[in-house]
Design a protein around this ligand. Structure first.
Ligand SMILES: Cc1cc2nc3c(=O)[nH]c(=O)nc-3n(C[C@H](O)[C@H](O)[C@H](O)COP(=O)(O)OP(=O)(O)OC[C@H]3O[C@@H](n4cnc5c(N)ncnc54)[C@H](O)[C@@H]3O)c2cc1C
Length: 337
């Protein structure tokens, strides 16, 4: 049976996989990566497929799916292999009395995916807790241990991994904290739910529960039965502009190291694309989530071409209305729009 990216990704689109290698441990991952590079065939590394959209042509080469499962706790340091499911790590460390990643509860994908786009939510970024990571360098064949400074994290979901396939993340070490209290809760709705001041702390398990409640309300927790979650999460980045165009001045914004960060969901909504928009627009296979305008969703039977045609329609509408260019946050492979 042919395996396709529709089988391997949360958006559930994309064509056939040439050859699939599932790397079940870190040594196995290194072996598979070395072998694939030795043959010179195209190589695509993936984790949970929750931030990936591959073209309908698929991938004519090897796909290495990181499924390594090693996880070790040493005091306040937690080291997990790239293939460990992210939310499994969050649940495990909370059960062990460690705090720091509770605000990142419910995010799909793998540990190895977290430094790639400096995964963040509800006031916490991966870079806040990253101690070090090990990478396999595909040009030298060597394994190196990196500190966060080498990762090139920016405020804008950036890292050196995002636009280069030279390094494969093998494992990540996070520095967490014992002591029974969460990291400061900076997201107002979560603080309100916990009846604490913004910036206050709480029991980490309560923070996880409050975050999951928020995420479920926005349909941002995977549920195979719910098409609103057949997505890559936020499809577009929040744009950061040196100068905000006159027409976009009403958009909620915040200062950013590189300019002003605008709220992409607001821009989409106010360009005329409300929650659930799209069902009447194309052939019914794609639409915005009914709870979150940043999530482009597969309503069943979508192709990558359907998704990207819809993404272009949204992008062009925002450009025409606000003179702001939206760019994708997810990784597009063998496709563009
Ligand atoms: C419902 C939903 C909600 C989401 N909510 C959030 C959120 O709140 N915050 C957020 O930041 N993101 C969110 N996302 C996006 C996504 O979950 C994260 O980006 C996640 O970290 C992707 O990990 P992954 O293992 O699925 O990566 P994949 O989708 O498999 O891969 C993404 C990219 O990373 C590369 N990659 C993967 N593993 C490695 C590795 N080991 N070494 C090198 N490169 C690698 C791949 O080549 C690809 O380019 C959400 C997605 C969904 C579907």
């Amino acid at each position: 049976m042919t395996i396709t990216f529709a089988d391997l990704t949360t958006m559930r689109v994309g064509g056939p996989v040439g050859r699939l290698e599932v790397a079940r441990s870190t040594p196995h991952a290194i072996e598979v990566l070395r072998d694939a590079d030795r043959t010179g065939e195209p190589l695509l590394v993936m984790g949970g497929g929750s931030n990936l959209v591959v073209g309908d042509v698929g991938w004519d080469g090897t796909v290495v799916r990181m499924a390594s499962t090693e996880l070790a706790i040493d005091g306040e340091l937690v080291t997990a292999a790239a293939g460990v499911e992210w939310d499994h790590l969050v649940r495990t460390v909370l059960a062990e009395g460690l705090a720091g990643v509770e605000a990142l509860s419910g995010i799909p994908g793998s540990v190895g995916g977290t430094p790639v786009q400096n995964v963040g939510a509800y006031g916490t970024l991966t870079s806040d807790v990253l101690e070090s990571l090990s990478v396999y360098d595909r040009t030298t064949g060597e394994v190196e241990r990196w500190t966060p400074e080498r990762c090139g994290f920016g405020s804008h979901r950036q890292s050196v991994f995002k636009h280069s396939d030279r390094w494969v993340v093998l494992d990540v070490t996070y520095r967490l904290r014992r002591g029974g209290q969460s990291a400061p809760v900076t997201f107002p709705a979560v603080a309100e739910r916990l009846s604490i001041e913004v910036g206050g702390t709480a029991d980490p398990a309560d923070v996880r529960a409050a975050v999951l409640e928020q995420r479920r309300a926005r349909k941002m927790v995977l549920d195979p039965a719910d098409h609103d979650t057949w997505s890559v999460g936020s499809f577009f980045l929040n744009p950061v502009l040196a100068e905000v165009p006159e027409r976009a001045r009403a958009c909620p914004s915040q200062p950013d190291a590189e300019g002003t960060k605008l709220h992409a969901a607001w821009l989409i909504q106010h360009a005329g694309f409300g929650q659930g928009y799209g069902t009447e627009w194309g052939n019914g296979t794609v639409a915005l989530s009914t709870r979150h305008t940043l999530a482009l969703t597969n309503r069943g039977g979508a192709t990558t071409a359907d998704v990207l045609k819809f993404a272009a329609h949204i992008r062009d509408g925002v450009q025409a209305m606000f003179d702001v260019a939206l760019t994708p946050e997810c990784h597009l492979v063998n496709c563009s729009f």
